[in-house]
Design a protein around this ligand. Structure first.
Ligand code: CA
Length: 225
């Protein structure tokens, strides 16, 4: 057991066996939980590089497990498995903080490719320094600069910029941004997200020619040059 540890939370024993075998061949080390409660407990107790999380589970469904982990600040990458292919399910999974999803039935090669992609994406976002254009976020120092000048951000603005920087070029849903900066149970009452995004834009935009935060109509926001 020396490979990167992956936790599979899935109650279909047959599928678990197939996944286990495939992941071990790829030199991952594998741990398994057969229901949502056991999965949540293991994910909180141990450190994994990745969690493969089924949605339909006994005791606690995958959405709840994912939501509770994120609420506890556990940011292990999660790939959700869904038997239902509805857009609603996929969006819901990403909204509660999953990194990616796969629709059953899926091929093992596809799963392996997704795992590699998520880990690759996470490696860049986990680094302590995030950049776009001349904006630099140094997480260790908790400092943001543009063109070398320090920009003072409120905690909310900092969190929003953090998640935007971590997914550059991607359209992030309003819910994902709210989850990150306010928490999964927060409901907007006064258009808080837009208000804080506008503060952030103003602070980042001071003296700059190009805006970095773009509104994606009907979805949310994206950070790109
Ligand atoms: Ca299941």
């Amino acid at each position: 057991m020396t490979g990167m540890p992956i936790l599979i939370i899935e109650d279909e024993k047959k599928l678990v066996d197939i996944l286990k075998r495939a992941l071990k061949t790829e030199r991952y080390s594998v741990d398994v939980a057969y229901d949502g409660e056991e999965g949540l407990a293991k994910a909180m107790k141990n450190v994994y590089s990745m969690i493969i999380l089924d949605i339909l589970l006994p005791k606690k469904d995958g959405f709840t497990v994912c939501k509770e982990l994120r609420a506890r600040e556990i940011h292990t990458p999660i790939i959700m498995l869904t038997a239902r292919g509805s857009t609603e399910d996929r969006v819901a999974g990403l909204d509660v903080g999953a990194d990616d999803y796969l629709i059953k039935p899926f091929g093992i090669t596809e799963l392996l490719a997704r795992i590699r992609a998520v880990l690759r994406r996470r490696r860049t976002t986990d680094s302590n320094v995030l950049k776009i254009a001349d904006v630099v976020m140094d997480k260790k120092r908790h400092e943001v600069t543009r063109a070398g000048k320090v920009i003072s951000l409120t905690p909310k603005e900092y969190k929003l910029l953090d998640v935007l920087l971590g997914s550059q070029g991607e359209a992030l849903t309003r819910r994902k941004l709210l989850n990150h900066a306010w928490g999964p149970t927060f409901e907007e009452t006064n258009n808080e997200l837009n208000v804080h995004i506008n503060y952030l834009r103003a602070k980042l935009g001071k003296g700059a020619k190009k805006h970095l935060i773009h509104t994606i109509r009907g979805v949310g926001f994206a950070l790109k040059e």
